[in-house]
Write a protein that binds this ligand. Structure first.
Ligand code: PAF
Length: 278
């Protein structure tokens, strides 16, 4: 695996690569969810590339940028073990040199849900993704369904800016008890970890009612909220039943819908979602 730290070096290497490049964007501290993206990217492309960059621009001033878990040696070994060909792992100064003053601002789809709870978050995501797509020039990029709104925002940006990258979305990988894998799960205390499967349980109830024929979005929202309210350690940020593409809240489900939620356990904020009818 070739590890590249600078934009100039990547630009030197990129023209020597032939065939489709599948890219897995990450902030490191890799888990099985990331590795499932790598395996798919490897299987579907001649060359598999990844980036590891904890992007300061997508963290709010009171968020966890400083304490975000990092494990560079371990990440490198995991990526190498999965057969990744190219790893781009630049420093913050390389990505945001003095004078850097451009941002990519996606519209309505980036303003709802996570966008409302974390102002500026998707501006930071879209900017770094646009920048790294430009540097790395992948044919395909592999993203996890767990960050469903991130997928919707990046898809909007790719379409609007005519970026020649196909976005491939891969299923959420879960622990045996249903908790979606996330680098932030490491923050949970044992008690919070024991309570956290409530997220997927609540989503499962929504799926069950939907399967039985319930199409009233208010009823499904209330049901999910009710399951979460029974978990005393969980503080609900939002429960949403929305259009999968635009993330506009629905009254009734007449097509595919994204049921998503954000829940705090102490200072740790977890998100999860399922698609109904997709
Ligand atoms: O999902 C993530 O890990 C990040 O938001 C991403 C896409 C790598 C951009 O920093």
């Amino acid at each position: 695996m070739q590890v590249i730290r600078t934009v100039a070096e990547f630009r030197r290497v990129r023209p020597t690569i032939s065939g489709p490049v599948g890219l897995v964007p990450t902030m490191g501290y890799l888990h099985e969810g990331h590795l499932s993206l790598v395996r798919r990217a490897r299987a579907e492309n001649d060359v598999c590339a990844a980036w590891v960059f904890v992007n300061p621009a997508q963290f709010g001033p009171h968020e966890d940028f400083e304490r975000y878990p990092r494990a560079e040696q371990r990440d490198r070994a995991l990526l190498e073990g999965e057969g990744v060909d190219l790893l781009f792992a630049p420093s913050s100064d390389e990505v945001y040199p003095p004078g850097f003053d451009t941002a990519v601002e996606v519209g309505a789809v980036a303003q709802r849900l996570e966008g409302a709870a974390r102002p500026g978050h998707f501006r930071g995501v879209a900017t770094v993704v646009a920048k790294f797509f430009g540097i790395m020039q992948p044919q395909r990029a592999y993203l996890g369904q767990k960050d469903a709104q991130q997928v919707a925002v990046i898809r909007r940006m790719v379409a609007d800016l005519n970026l020649p990258v196909e976005i491939v979305v891969c299923p959420t990988v879960r622990e045996a008890d249903g908790l979606a894998l996330s680098s932030r799960n490491v923050y949970l205390t044992p008690e919070q970890r024991a309570a956290a499967p409530a997220l997927y349980r609540a989503l499962g109830w929504a799926r069950e009612r939907w399967t039985e024929g319930q199409r009233d979005a208010r009823v499904l929202r209330a049901l999910v909220q009710d399951v979460l309210d029974h978990e005393s350690l969980a503080q609900v940020d939002y429960v949403s039943v929305a259009d999968v593409g635009t993330l506009e809240e629905l009254d009734r489900l007449n097509g595919p819908a994204l049921v998503s939620l954000a829940v705090r356990f102490g200072s740790t904020r977890l998100i999860d979602n399922i698609v109904l009818g997709g």
